[in-house]
Structure formats: structure tokens, C-alpha cells
Design a binder for this molecule. Structure first.
Ligand code: MN
Length: 430
């Protein structure tokens, strides 16, 4: 686990004035990595570090000599810590680098961000126990959790090609659905389009095929965290998911936030692993370590915001649907996911993305999806402008936000992860 050092010092301030404003997502204690280009330029992507409302072009500082984020992610933990220390020292108030680095700063508002690295493979897990329980209840009221849930981190291999960055617009998916009372399926646009509030864990150093990552070493293979929206077409999902799991219900689009907040930056915001009920099994030894039990969790406040097309037309901003805490939601830690994923010898590679699964809190107003918030579409949500909603409508912009706050530390943010639903493509003629 990363220890606290001078880069986390709450007294540290930056010569970039906007970074020192209270409530800023990107103070000098954060220093997340992303890939950018000047908006509309079509230029090659470069690696940047967010600081206040600016981006530090990292290659221009001379600290790195690559535009390849995956190569940077593959660095050893010691090299990563050294890079973070150098960036922090250069951006700190009174730094001798200020003159030289001023020219390496670019306003975030002038930039376009990309998916923060090349994602070779993407796996989505199901660690949100309240989500799994609530959704399970909709189908199996007496036995909501499957018998394997508390023994094995449940996951499936997703698709990386359709993962986009915040600001993504995507067409409503269409496909096969079958109403419970219908004899045969029908084809058309999804009527139950949903979001899933998740954290994305990015892999740093990988492992060789055939060489599992022990739980004691798993943290060293994690590079950092993003917000992740695993858009889901519930009606497609219900018809297709047995026996092999999600397929077209989830691979039409997924969205990440542009900034990877590093495990180093998150060091002040670690928490104990999920507090299992007395009757729950303990993790099998290969998924258990004292360090992971003590501090394997992440303490992130997670919010979901919605702006409908009607709100946008009326000049109204987003409304918050829910707010919850990741540490109350995730039954398995990120380290346990890494270890479980590789225990059979599967190789993870730098830039691979592991989705946490929907991180719903224990209370109904902490739900991480509309499936839960509307109890399977039965309850409508009434928005402040009088509109009612069950699932997502065309024109909706759904935004995830996340931040970490703790006494004795400076608040850091994960930024935001927004996506907008466009109408479905015209259905092909029958
Ligand atoms: Mn998911």
C-alpha cells in the first residue's frame, strides 16, 4: 500500500493559482494523468497532468520522453513515485521550475481529452453487493444473491473497442427483446436503457502468462482509478444473458472519465475492506491478506447527475439523482480483483481496465442504476421541472462525479464522466 509522503502534505500549494481553490478536483495533491490534444487539431495525443483548471504537458517539462501512456503505466512503483515527486516539486509554490514550466501549461478548456490510455482488454466485475442484492431480488425475491457471490469475485470479459471518454455521444442500441408474456422476441430500440455507476481500475505493470499475481503484490499492479459508466440495455440483457452472461446489452458503449487518479494520490483515502457480516465466509487464503483487509478499500464519494433534453433547452443544469460511498458498496477490493483475475495464469497488461461493478450504497437513494432507483421500472422518478423518468430517454446527459474527502487531507476529485444518449439508428427494413 502506498504510504503518505511530502506530495500529500495538506499545506502544499501550487504556483498554478486555480489549483489552490477550495473544492477544486485537481489540487497539487492529486496530479492525475490523461491524454490530450488541442481541441479540433487532430494532433497526436500527448500525456498531461491536470493541475487546477490547467494541464501540464508532461513531455515539455522534460520529465518524460514518451507520448505512450501505457509505457508510463508499466513503470515500476518506485519510478512512478519518483515521477510524482518531481511533478509535485515542480508545481509547488516557490519552485525553481515555475519559469520553465509556465510554457508547458495549457488551459483545460482549450483541450480535447481522449480515453486516457490504450485499453487492450476490459473486464467488468460485480463487486457492488447492494446492487447485486437489489437486482437479484427483482428476479429471485427469496434468494437474491447467487451462492457463489461471497466466495468468488464475479466478472465477465467486456469489450474495449466501444469504450469512449467523457463527452461521448452514442446511439440508443437496438436488438432483440422479449416481454415476459410474449411468445416470441421482437426487434427494436432498447426501451430500458440504463447507466451503471462504477469505478474503473487501470492496470499498471502486467504479469506474464501463467504467473498469477499474489494478493500481497496486487496493489503494485494497479495504476489508478477513473469513473466508469457501463451503459446497459436492461431489456436486451434480460433476454440474452443466460447462460453466458452480458453481451450486446453492454458492449454498445461504455464511458470513462479522462483523468486517471493514481493509487499514490489515493493513499490518504484508503479504508478497510468491506465489513463482511458475521455469517459471511472469509475470503479463501489466496484472496486474503492483512494489508488488504486493513486498507484495501477506497473511500470515494460517488454522485450521479442527470440533464434531460428539456432541461437543456430551458437552460437548466443537471440535477443530482444519487450520492453514495464506494467503501460501503464494494464487497471485493481492487487488489482481490487483480489476484482473482490472474490466479488461473491469465495475463493482465498495462492499460487493461477492470470495472468495479455498480457501486450502489445500502440505502435506496444511493442506487447506482435506474434499474434499482425505479425498482425495475415500476417507480417513476419525478424531476424538479416536473418531468418523470424511468429509464434513459433520448437527449439525456448522464454525468458521474467522484471525489475523496477526509480530515487531515486535501480533497481530490476524479473529475466527471458524462455521456449523452442519441436516438437509435433507423431500424433496417424488415
Ligand atoms: Mn457493469
Amino acid at each position: 500500500m502506498n504510504t503518505l509522503n511530502q506530495t500529500h502534505d495538506p499545506k502544499l500549494r501550487s504556483w498554478v493559482a486555480s489549483a489552490n481553490q477550495g473544492g477544486c478536483d485537481f489540487p497539487i495533491q492529486n496530479l492525475p494523468f490523461g491524454r490530450f490534444r488541442t481541441a479540433g487539431s487532430g494532433a497526436a495525443l500527448r500525456i498531461g497532468v491536470a493541475i487546477g483548471d490547467q494541464v501540464l504537458d508532461l513531455r515539455s517539462t522534460g520529465l518524460i520522453h514518451t507520448d505512450d501512456m501505457n509505457a508510463l503505466m508499466a513503470a515500476s512503483p518506485l519510478d512512478r513515485q519518483a515521477l510524482r515527486a518531481a511533478i509535485s516539486a515542480g508545481l509547488a509554490e516557490g519552485s525553481g521550475q515555475q519559469g520553465a514550466w509556465q510554457g508547458a501549461l495549457l488551459a483545460q478548456s482549450a483541450l480535447e481529452m481522449a480515453v486516457p490510455c490504450h485499453i487492450g482488454d476490459y473486464t467488468d466485475f460485480y463487486t457492488g453487493i447492494h446492487h447485486a442484492t437489489t437486482v437479484g431480488k427483482l428476479f429471485r425475491p427469496d434468494n437474491p444473491l447467487m451462492p457463489n457471490y461471497k466466495w468468488v469475485p464475479i466478472g465477465y470479459h467486456g469489450r474495449a473497442s466501444s469504450i469512449g471518454v467523457s463527452g461521448q455521444h452514442f446511439k440508443r442500441p437496438q436488438g432483440q427483446t422479449k416481454a415476459p408474456d410474449a411468445a416470441v422476441p421482437s426487434f427494436g430500440p432498447s426501451k430500458r436503457l440504463d447507466y451503471e455507476l462504477e469505478l474503473g481500475y487501470f492496470i499498471g505493470r502486467g504479469n506474464a502468462l501463467g504467473e498469477p499475481i499474489p494478493i500481497q503484490e496486487a496493489e503494485q499492479h494497479l495504476f489508478g482509478v477513473t469513473l466508469f459508466n457501463d451503459w446497459s440495455a436492461r431489456d436486451l440483457q434480460a433476454w440474452e444473458y443466460q447462460p453466458l452472461g452480458p453481451f450486446l446489452a453492454k458492449n454498445f458503449a461504455s464511458t470513462v472519465s479522462p483523468w486517471i487518479v493514481t493509487m499514490e494520490a489515493l493513499a490518504p483515502f484508503r479504508s478497510a475492506a468491506y465489513a463482511r457480516d458475521a455469517g459471511d465466509p472469509q475470503p479463501l487464503p489466496y484472496l486474503d491478506s492483512a494489508a488488504d483487509r486493513e486498507a484495501g478499500g477506497l473511500d470515494v464519494v460517488l454522485e450521479v447527475w442527470l440533464q434531460t433534453a428539456q432541461m437543456r433547452a430551458a437552460g437548466q443544469g443537471s440535477v443530482r439523482l444519487t450520492r453514495g460511498l464506494s467503501k460501503q458498496a464494494a464487497y471485493w477490493t481492487a487488489a482481490q480483483l487483480v489476484t482473482h483475475h490472474t490466479v488461473n495464469g491469465c495475463n493482465l497488461q498495462p492499460g487493461d481496465l477492470l470495472g468495479s461493478g455498480t457501486l450502489s450504497g445500502p440505502k435506496p437513494d444511493e442506487a447506482g442504476s435506474l434499474l434499482e432507483l425505479t425498482l425495475g421500472g415500476k417507480n417513476q422518478i419525478t424531476l424538479p421541472n416536473g418531468e418523470s423518468h424511468t429509464f434513459l430517454e433520448d437527449g439525456d446527459t448522464l454525468t458521474l462525479r467522484g471525489y475523496c474527502e477526509r480530515a487531515g487531507a486535501v480533497r481530490i476529485g476524479l473529475g466527471e464522466c458524462a455521456g449523452t444518449v442519441l436516438p437509435a439508428v433507423a431500424t433496417p427494413a424488415a
